[in-house]
Design a binder for this molecule. Structure first.
Ligand code: ADP
Ligand code: MG
Length: 409
């Protein structure tokens, strides 16, 4: 079994077999032996490349190999930017740990769920905590939770944790963690700010990188549809029917947009739900669970709410609103076409999005044709501020074109 070379135990191999995995993903191949060696790592690999297992397998295995005795102390902390991701990582830990002879326990420490329950479990002792920063600090502050014996510190979706303004909270958490820990960072991207913090808080971390952005999109066919902003709702409803889309994840830029679009789709008889930060935790869990089990066909979500969430066999992703950063574009479309399956990613581009989308293409090293759908053609002029030459099919702007543009402004 190819996994054996990574140094994984029989017990972990059994769960891998149960999952039906036949070979490690490239990043698992690279990272897992080094994690066993105790090295600090900065792992950079695209969404869907199997990063969770990279840290879950070695941590579970090493904790299971310890002699038991005495009350359990927290030895591993996995920080995630969202509650959903924390729940997903916890679920992965419990699945991957299914066959361990010595049980390794994990607790999810997130807001929106009962503090009493978390306190009770902590009092009984746990090995691993999977947490979002806020609630974790709460429990540390109340001295309900101690990280004094921590051995593994994992930041999952590291870029997003820092992006969401958790940097100050991270500093507070770090003060409570012993210096002699193994630091493991996982992310699809490392903006310089993240890199700087990662390097500061860990010991000569080894950067491990699989591919750059471009190959992410190999199994994903990407379509770009020109449409005026106000026609997008109608176009989406039209396409769902005309192209017989069964299900998909629709990205919007705000909570309110998620709420509104979901309402519009429902009115048109489309089975849709919304996932965003204004919903209560049980509502968020339910929306996600229903989408995963295909009870809901279309999930309208914000980036933050959907970050890192792994949905099996997601065949369609729609950028109803474009993401702000090119990295987020890759993250979003990386949700489809996983594990060799083909997927479809669609972006709606309005008049004001043209320049921004060009930047995304440049950074992702792609160049996509623009389509128009009959009855929904893009009308009007590109706003003065972002006016460029109309896109030329399959051809980059020449230096002359760019010079001409400069002259016009
Ligand atoms: P990432 O964190 O890199 O976005 P995940 O850890 O969420 O990716 O994994 C994406 C999917 O790939 C999950 O459904 C996971 O179970 C699956 N997976 C992980 N490792 C393998 C493997 N070696 N072979 C096949 N599928 C795998
Ligand atoms: Mg992940």
């Amino acid at each position: 079994m190819p996994f054996k070379q990574l140094g994984l135990s029989e017990e972990i191999l059994r769960s891998i077999q149960k999952h039906g995995f036949t070979a490690p993903t490239p990043i698992q191949d690279l990272a897992i032996p080094q994690i066993f060696d105790g090295t600090d790592l900065l792992v950079e690999a695209q969404t869907g490349s199997g990063k969770t297992a990279c840290f879950a397998w070695p941590i579970l295995q090493q904790l299971a190999a310890q002699k038991s005795g005495g009350k359990k102390v927290i030895q591993a902390l996995i920080l995630t930017p969202t509650r959903e991701l924390a729940l997903q990582v916890s679920a992965a830990l419990s699945q991957f740990g299914e066959f361990l002879c010595k049980k390794v326990s994990a607790l999810t420490v997130i807001g929106g769920e009962s503090i009493a329950q978390q306190t009770q479990t902590l009092a009984a002792g746990v090995d691993i905590v999977v947490a979002t920063p806020g609630r974790l600090l709460d429990l540390i502050g109340q001295q309900i939770l101690s990280l004094a014996h921590l051995k593994f510190f994992v930041l999952d979706e590291a870029d997003k944790i820092l992006d969401l303004g958790f940097a100050a909270e991270l500093e507070l958490i770090l003060e409570k963690i012993p210096d002699t820990r193994q630091n493991l960072f996982f992310s699809a991207t490392y903006p310089s700010k993240v890199l700087e913090i990662a390097k500061r808080i860990s010991k000569n971390p080894v950067p491990l990188k699989i591919d750059d952005m471009a190959p992410t999109v190999d199994t994903i066919s990407q379509r770009v549809i020109l449409v005026n902003k106000e026609k997008r709702g109608m176009l989406l409803r039209h396409l769902i029917k005309a192209e017989c889309w069964r299900d998909g994840l629709v990205f919007v830029s705000s909570k309110i947009a998620a709420h509104n679009l979901c309402g519009k789709l429902r009115k048109a008889g489309i089975n849709a739900d919304a996932l965003h930060g204004d919903l209560s935790q049980p509502e968020r869990n339910k929306a996600l669970a229903n989408f995963k089990t295909k009870k809901t066909h279309f999930l309208v979500a914000t980036d933050v709410a959907a970050r890192g969430i792994d949905i099996e066999k997601l065949s369609l992703v729609i950028n109803y609103d474009l993401p702000r950063s090119p990295a987020d574009y890759i993250h979003r479309i990386g949700r489809t076409g996983r594990a060799g399956e083909t997927g479809l990613a669609i972006s709606f581009i309005g008049l004001e999005d043209q320049e921004h989308f060009k930047l995304i293409e440049k950074r992702a090293k792609i160049r996509l044709d623009r389509e128009e759908i009959a009855g929904f053609e893009l009308l009007g002029d590109i706003p003065e501020k972002v006016r460029g030459l109309p896109p030329i099919k399959g051809k980059r702007k020449s230096k002359k074109d760019r010079a001409r543009e400069l002259k016009r402004t």
